[in-house]
Design a protein around this ligand. Structure first.
Ligand code: SF4
Length: 446
């Protein structure tokens, strides 16, 4: 009998990518072959997104692509859009199963049930009842040296622009035992770097009994053999305490890199966003990180054109961002998300103004990245190599430093996952380049 096939399509963030890997694994375990989307398949799984302005539209397009011409296939829609608008998704003709961000461990059973009695079903429980971290282990990432490991789900913060707390429910943490087991498994598979991720990562451990925190997670997995680096995903400023900074400073595998979402550069805007800090508090955290870890890379997210943001407030944001000397900026133009308080704020900013502000902020971000990268010229830095052949030839490699600066250099031999020292000779907006210290082969990058 031919094997059953399943095709997956993922929209949105890294966490969704991660969840899709887990779902694929569940299907593989049950004998399915995974095929590329939108190739012909018995089952299509669309992992949707609702966070960005275009997320829902793209999600609907992907659903329709799966449905078109595949009347016999089972179409499953999951993820944030499915969680927040289950009725709307189920109303799309051809969708067989809508499954929210919980209960996904049973996904294959549900699909097989539908295959037996072909008819649509909706399974979206009240997400606010979810109290436990749903274990969806990732057993396989392919061709990579870095693996994302999700240790926390959900968020209790309800920032006024964000739909995530409605889509993913309250914060819940993965047990320490499950984290250690998965980190060990990933190291055994050859992954050298683990990125700890979560929706509101800094809340890790608050719901556990006894409570725990990110510093404990790093300490718990630090001794795993084969693992070279532990990196943190995004952590909000109020959650970066002395203990966490101390671990990042003192544990050699802990990467000196913090992504601390700023979101706005004016206290009035921060307050309307319901962010839990002031600029002064944010500044103090950044100063403390830099006092302890001088080369720490601090990256951030910033939203421009939030309702009511005046020209003066935006100017303040530019000044503050410059002062913080971020090594990388992710700039987002505010877009209203249905059902969030900010979507109903009366003073929405015209698109033209949002575009102009975004452009200015992006330019500033490039300048800051260049500035951060230039400090490494003339220094020798450890690089974890990821891939070869980035110039179409075999020997130009790309990797990252512990503080997440992209590095390029020519190598004669070696594999992804190798750690080497590179002598840095140049820097640009995107990263730095140089010569491998142990493998000088005379080729420099212009
Ligand atoms: S902290 Fe705010 S922006 Fe982040 S997921 Fe929670 S509600 Fe959304």
């Amino acid at each position: 009998m031919p094997k059953k096939t399943a095709a997956f399509h993922t929209l949105g963030c890294k966490l969704n990518q991660y969840d899709t890997q887990s779902l694929m694994e569940l299907f593989r375990e049950r004998g399915y072959t995974i095929v590329d989307f939108p190739q012909r398949a018995d089952v299509y799984v669309i992992n949707t997104c609702t966070v960005t302005g275009t997320g829902e539209k793209k999600s609907r397009q992907a659903i329709n692509r799966a449905i078109r011409g595949n009347e016999e296939s089972i179409v499953v829609v999951t993820g944030c859009y499915a969680q927040t608008a289950p009725g709307e998704v189920a109303g799309i003709e051809g969708v067989d199963l809508v499954i929210g961000t919980q209960d996904r461990a049973q996904i294959v059973d549900l699909v097989e049930e539908i295959a037996a009695v072909h008819g649509p079903r909706i399974l979206v429980d009240d997400i606010f009842k979810a109290r436990e971290f749903e274990e969806l282990p990732v057993k396989e990432f392919s061709g990579r040296t870095r693996a994302a490991m999700k240790i926390q789900e959900g968020c209790n913060q309800f920032c006024s622009y964000c739909k995530i707390p409605y889509a993913r429910g309250p914060s819940r943490s993965r047990s320490m035992k499950a984290i250690i087991d998965e980190a060990q498994r990933l190291a055994d598979q050859g992954f050298r770097e683990i990125v700890l991720t979560g929706i509101h990562l800094g809340f890790y451990g608050r719901d556990l009994e006894p409570p725990s925190n990110l510093a404990e997670v790093i300490r718990a997995i630090h001794g795993i053999e084969g693992l070279a680096r532990i990196r943190l995903g995004s952590v909000d400023a109020p959650e970066i305490d002395d203990e966490l900074i101390g671990v990042l400073r003192d544990y050699p595998k802990a990467c000196p890199h913090l992504h601390i979402p700023l979101q706005a550069g004016h206290d009035v805007v921060l307050k309307r966003m319901r962010r839990p800090y002031t600029l002064e508090e944010y500044r103090r955290v950044v100063e403390k990180v830099r006092e302890n870890i001088p080369d720490a890379a601090i990256t951030t997210d910033i939203i421009v054109g939030f309702p009511g943001e005046t020209d003066a407030q935006f100017k303040n944001a530019l000044q503050f961002v410059e002062e913080m000397a971020f090594s990388r900026l992710h700039v987002f133009r505010y877009s209203p998300r249905r059902g969030t308080p900010a979507a109903g704020f009366p003073d929405q900013i015209p698109t033209k103004v949002k575009n102009e502000r975004s452009q200015q902020m992006i330019e500033l971000g490039k300048k800051l990245s260049r500035g951060f990268h230039q400090r490494f010229i003339g220094r020798e830095i450890e690089v974890l190599w990821e891939e070869a052949g980035i110039d179409g030839q075999g020997d130009l490699w790309q990797g990252h430093t512990p503080n997440y600066v992209m590095v390029k250099a020519y190598r004669v031999t070696g594999s992804p996952g190798d750690l080497e020292t590179v002598s840095i000779t140049g820097a640009g907006e995107e990263g730095i380049w140089g010569t491998v210290v142990e493998q000088l082969n005379g080729k420099d990058i212009e």
